[in-house]
Design a protein around this ligand. Structure first.
Ligand SMILES: Nc1nc2c(ncn2[C@@H]2O[C@H](COP(=O)(O)OP(=O)(O)O)[C@@H](O)[C@H]2O)c(=O)[nH]1
Ligand SMILES: [Mg+2]
Length: 352
């Protein structure tokens, strides 16, 4: 899983990246063409409890990658994307749009005003235009080759949807069409979380710039964050952070809030593996089959899949041990097509 950050110049993308990942990437650097990449771990008390029982050599939370792509200044200040950023973002599973909502006279807004909802529209248009260009090129080629196939018809529908000012995210399409579209990496098709980057004067206010209301109208989600303050707190020693957060009136840790929203938006969940060597949570999409969940761990396990031994975390904890869970009939044998549930503890049997 990979989430890519987008947003206008100086909206605070790198600041938010640091706040959420605890990194120390340089902020306020313009025209620097370097992507910042970090891994976010999703804290999970089920992993902690299982680790207390199994005492494994190692335990690990589910992870996803967070990428901050900085477009080059020279390609137009008001543009959020350039060709290098596009390549990086094509492979992202989701986008996080950082919207400037903080006031700071020293930091120039590329459009010379602070209007978060208007910025959302500017960026959405840019995503749609980018997709439209890809589609037009593709259609032209297909027309030249005389290939008016299924994909052609689908791209035609995408084109008119975009031309009517809507993102591909809202285009109704079948499972087959989703597969046909997947290879293109269309940006306006990706789930997008809107992240309002507010100044400290807005801490504790519910929806200061109306971003949540706007997001809801677009069938989207918005969360608030005070990037600059959160970044400072994230750079403190872990044990000092809770007291500072309380003093500053910051709510649930920004990273957790962000992770919860991202999981919701992407329809993600976790399953667990538990043994002496390692206790670990793995991120998958909801409605994933057992055989595909196996592939998240290793392609060999998917290839040689025989069956899955499954016990739900709650049943395991209630029973107290794997032996007792088995006695109680809570450990089931499932086949390839079993739909994995959030909190399943799974042991895959495989043969390669
Ligand atoms: N006052 C204030 N300044 C911020 C905030 N977030 C970012 N900045 C400043 O805005 C400038 C641009 O931030 P940066 O994260 O580099 O933006 P990027 O170009 O989108 O990556 C930097 O000087 C930051 O210190 C914020 O929440 N409040
Ligand atoms: Mg930056």
């Amino acid at each position: 899983m990979k989430a890519g950050i987008i947003g206008l110049a100086r909206s605070g993308k790198t600041t938010v990246f640091n706040a959420i990942t605890g990194s120390h990437a340089a902020t306020g650097t313009f025209g620097v063409r370097k992507a910042n990449v970090a891994v976010i771990k999703a804290p999970d008390e089920r992993v902690d409890k299982l680790a207390a029982i199994y005492k494994p050599k190692k335990s690990a939370y589910a992870e996803f990658q967070f990428v901050d792509v900085a477009p080059a200044e020279s390609e137009g200040e008001e543009k959020a994307l350039d060709s290098a950023a596009l390549i990086e973002l094509k492979s992202a599973d989701a986008l996080v749009h950082v919207v400037r909502a903080f006031k700071n006279e020293d930091v120039m807004h590329p459009l010379g005003r602070i209007d978060p909802v208007a910025d959302c529209k500017v960026l959405e248009e840019e995503l749609q235009l980018t997709d439209l260009i890809v589609i037009e090129r593709r259609l032209e080629r297909k027309e030249k080759e005389g290939k008016k196939d299924r994909e052609y018809e689908l791209l035609k529908r995408c084109q008119s949807h975009l031309e009517s000012g809507q993102p591909l995210r809202t285009l109704e399409h079948s499972a087959q069409e989703a597969k046909d579209l997947a290879g293109y990496g269309f940006l306006s098709l990706k789930p997008m979380l809107i992240l309002g980057n507010y100044g400290e004067e807005n801490i504790g206010e519910p929806d200061p710039a109306g971003l949540q209301a706007y997001a809801a109208s677009q069938n989207n989600t918005a969360i608030e964050l005070c990037g600059a303050i959160e970044m400072e707190v994230a750079s403190l020693p872990a044990e000092d952070q809770p007291a500072f957060r309380q003093d500053l009136g910051l709510g649930e840790e920004s990273r957790l809030r962000f992770i919860h929203s991202a999981y919701d938006m992407l329809g993600l969940m976790s399953f667990l593996t538990a043994a002496e060597p390692e206790v670990r949570a793995w991120t998958i999409r909801k409605h994933t089959r057992a055989v595909e969940a196996a592939g998240v761990i290793h392609s060999d396990i998917q290839r040689g899949f025989i069956r899955a031994e499954v016990v739900h975390y709650d049943d395991f904890i209630a029973a107290g041990s794997m032996a007792k869970a088995k006695e109680a009939g809570k450990v089931r044998l499932e086949g390839k097509d079993y739909i994995v549930q959030d909190g399943d503890i799974i042991l895959f049997r495989f043969n390669v």
